[in-house]
Structures are given as structure tokens and as C-alpha cells.
Ligand binder design. Structure first.
Ligand code: HEM
Length: 388
């Protein structure tokens, strides 16, 4: 009885807060339960508070997010289960092993005042295309594919309420044509044995969109922190990247369904990454030199962990290094921009070289965006059954 009352209390507190407060579920979990360890009972599942408890859970390789409608008509690997998942994951892992990061790709961050998120996203699309097909996209291919790739992330970031299906189908059909070309999957009988939609989804979702979304988010976090923490970044780049991913994991929450007698669970990556550290909210790359510290959970933790850690890490690092090569570069965030875990308003900064401006600046349309975001984000929680 006491347990079920507790579950009702914590469910009202957590789900009520998620619906009403301007925080993502992952951030809210950390704000509400930062001193808790173990499991917090909710009505249908448990909230896992720390990595020790997470690692001690029974093995479970079912999909993390099978509800998502944001990718339609594609079927990303992260929504699959059992044999179809095993097969796709193996094919993807073989393809990733054949991917070669070009040592000489060149791209520079535009000097501008405004949102740099989509400039980086677009650059990553071209780089991603080349990683998969070994050449740049033609203008025609770019025009057929990029709007669909952009739409997926605008919907995930709830800058749009619904999918642009014509753009998604153009993307789909263009990739069907590309299946006949040389790619990292050429000669793979396992790849060729997959259905058309699986082959297209590997290229669009598991590779191109993942490269664009994950690396663009990570690079923007790095750029925003770099401006405040130049000495740390110049002293130890690898530790600074880990620390960036600890504070700003690219995924907000994980949810898993239970299978009797085990209850399902939900976990916040922000909470898992901060629980157990001293001074958990501060940026301190040297914390990674201490003995027996909690693990970095941002790449996942079990058989569903990121299969593209190497390429994701190396590509983001390389592009970031290229941007900060110029030591006179400055990046000044807008005074009304908040550096949050995800880039719902894009990455609103002023980028330039030489003497840094002393005058603060604001990006326009913040409150309209904020209101729209609030509505679309709550809509997504309900529409995708993300939390329950
Ligand atoms: C750059 C930083 C990246 C981080 C921090 C990251 C993190 C993660 C995490 C935590 C997961 C577990 C599922 C989830 O959280 O939703 C995951 C899964 C996945 N990631 Fe990454 N990722 C990154 C980059 C990439 C890139 C560049 C690719 C593709 C080339 C990629 C492809 C995938 C795929 C296909 C899955 C699903 C795996 C499965 O369900 O078996 N990731 N990633």
C-alpha cells in the first residue's frame, strides 16, 4: 500500500512537472531527484537514478524508442527488435567499419549573427553523403534529399508539428536510385538480402540523419563551451569532449518496457551522468582523471549502445578542431539564448574573428518560438507515448 501511494505521488510529481514546466523530462528528473539513488517507483515503471542501479538491471536488448513517428516512412534501427534488429545492426556495423574519414575535408563556420545550427547540419549532410557513397552529392541529389533530412530533425526538435511527407518521399525515392551505386555496402550480400525499405532506412536514418543530428548537436555544444573554457579545451581536448557529453548528453531519456516479472524503466541521461560526482553541474575535464569515477553514459551502456561511437566522435572532433584552428575566432551567444541539452531554438550565436564585440545582442522571435516549442514538445510526449 505504502509503495503504491509512493508510486502515485512520484508519478504526479514527475509527469505533472513534465507537462507543466519548461524542462525536458531528463532535465526535470535531475532537478527533482538529484540526491536519490536506486529506483524511484512510478505507476507503470521505475525511474533509475544512478549508473550502478542501471548496470545491475537484468539484460534486456529491446528497443529504446519503438513509438517514434518522427522518422516516417523510414524504420530506424533503434525502433527494431529481435531478429530484424540483429540483422540490421550487423549489416550497419560492417558498413561502418568500411567508412573512411577523409583527412582533408574542408569547411568553415560562416561568420554571422544568428543560428549556426543548420549551417553545421547541412555541412554534415554533404560529409555524410561522401562517407557513404565516396563522392559529393550532385545538385539534383542534394535538392531531392536535403529537405527530407532537414525535416526529420525539425520534427524531432519540434520546430514543426508534422512531417513534410512529400519531402520524405523524394528522399526515399532518391535513395532507392542510389542503391544501385557504389557505397560502403557494395558487395555485401547481407545488405542486398534486406528489403528495400530496410536498405533505404539504413542509409537515411541509421547513417545520414544520425550523422547530421548527433554530430551537429555535439559540435554546437562544443562551440558554446569552448568560448567559456578555451584553456581547458586547448589543454585536453579529449577530456573536454567527454565532459561536454557528460553535461549535455545528446539523448534525453531512455524508456524500456518490462517483461514479467521485471518492471519497465525510464532513465534520464542528464541524471545518470551527474549522479555520483562531486560538483556535478560544473565543467571540469580533470574529473575524468580521478580513480573509480562513474562511467560516461552518453554513448549508451548495453547491446543497444551507439554502434557509431568511433565515427561520431572522430567526425565531430575533426570538424570542431577545424573551426577552432583560427585562434582569433570568437563565438558570442545571444543574450536571450540559453545553452540547453538540445537545440530547440537552434544555436543562436554571433561568430567573427579579431576584436570581440562588447555589446550584447539578442536573437529575434524568442517568445513566439518558446510558446510554439512548449506546445509541440508536450504534443510529442502525448502523441508518442514517450513517458508512459
Ligand atoms: C556524435 C555523437 C553520438 C552520440 C553521443 C550517440 C549516442 C547514441 C546513444 C546513447 C544511443 C542509444 C540509443 C538512444 O540513445 O536513443 C545511440 C544509438 C544509435 N546510434 Fe549513436 N550517437 C552518436 C553518433 C552517431 C552517429 C554519427 C551515427 C551514425 C553514423 C549513430 C548511429 C546510431 C544508431 C544506428 C543507433 C541505434 C542502435 C541500436 O538501436 O541498436 N550515432 N547513439
Amino acid at each position: 500500500m505504502k509503495k503504491s501511494l509512493q508510486a502515485v505521488y512520484y508519478s504526479c510529481l514527475f509527469y505533472g512537472g513534465v507537462l507543466l514546466l519548461p524542462y525536458s523530462p531528463g532535465t526535470l528528473a535531475w532537478k527533482l531527484f538529484r540526491n536519490k539513488k536506486g529506483k524511484i517507483p512510478l505507476i507503470h515503471r521505475d525511474l533509475i537514478c544512478d549508473t550502478q542501479t542501471l548496470m545491475a538491471l537484468p539484460k534486456n536488448d529491446c528497443s529504446l524508442d519503438e513509438f517514434t513517428t518522427a522518422f516516417s516512412p523510414f524504420i530506424p534501427l533503434l525502433t527494431l527488435n529481435e531478429q530484424p534488429w540483429k540483422m540490421r545492426r550487423k549489416v550497419l556495423a560492417d558498413g561502418l567499419r568500411r567508412m573512411r574519414l577523409d583527412e582533408n575535408f574542408s569547411w568553415s563556420l560562416p561568420h554571422k549573427k544568428g543560428d549556426i545550427y543548420w549551417d553545421i547540419y547541412e555541412a554534415l549532410f554533404i560529409i555524410g553523403f561522401k562517407l557513404v557513397f565516396g563522392r559529393d552529392p550532385t545538385d539534383e541529389e542534394y535538392a531531392q534529399m536535403y529537405p527530407g533530412i532537414e525535416d526529420i530533425n525539425r520534427l524531432i526538435k519540434r520546430q514543426r508539428a508534422s512531417a513534410d511527407m512529400p519531402a520524405r518521399w523524394k528522399l526515399y525515392n532518391q535513395v532507392v536510385k542510389l542503391l544501385r551505386e557504389e557505397s560502403i555496402f557494395s558487395g555485401s550480400s547481407d545488405f542486398n538480402a534486406l528489403s528495400e525499405i530496410d536498405r533505404v532506412s539504413i542509409i537515411v536514418e541509421d547513417l545520414l540523419t544520425s550523422i547530421c543530428i548527433q554530430c551537429a548537436d555535439l559540435i554546437c555544444h562544443l562551440l558554446l563551451l569552448y568560448q567559456e573554457q578555451k584553456d581547458h579545451f586547448r589543454e585536453n581536448l579529449e577530456r573536454s569532449i567527454d565532459e561536454t557529453l557528460r553535461l549535455y548528453p545528446l539523448t534525453d531519456i531512455w524508456t524500456r518496457k518490462g517483461s514479467e516479472p521485471e518492471r519497465g524503466w525510464i532513465a534520464s541521461l542528464v541524471q545518470l551522468n551527474r549522479n555520483g560526482w562531486t560538483d556535478p553541474d560544473s565543467f571540469d575535464p580533470s574529473r575524468w582523471d580521478s580513480e573509480g569515477h562513474p562511467p560516461l553514459i552518453s554513448w549508451g551502456f548495453d547491446s543497444r549502445s551507439c554502434p557509431a561511437t568511433k565515427i561520431g566522435y572522430n567526425l565531430s572532433k575533426k570538424l570542431f578542431e577545424q573551426i577552432i584552428q583560427d585562434e582569433t575566432l570568437w563565438i558570442v551567444p545571444a543574450a536571450n539564448f540559453t545553452h540547453d541539452r538540445t537545440f530547440l531554438h537552434g544555436c543562436q550565436v554571433w561568430v567573427g574573428v579579431g576584436p570581440q564585440p562588447t555589446k550584447a545582442w539578442k536573437f529575434p522571435g524568442k517568445w513566439k518560438n518558446e510558446l510554439q516549442q512548449w506546445f509541440y514538445t508536450r504534443f510529442r510526449l502525448v502523441d508518442q507515448g514517450e513517458l508512459w
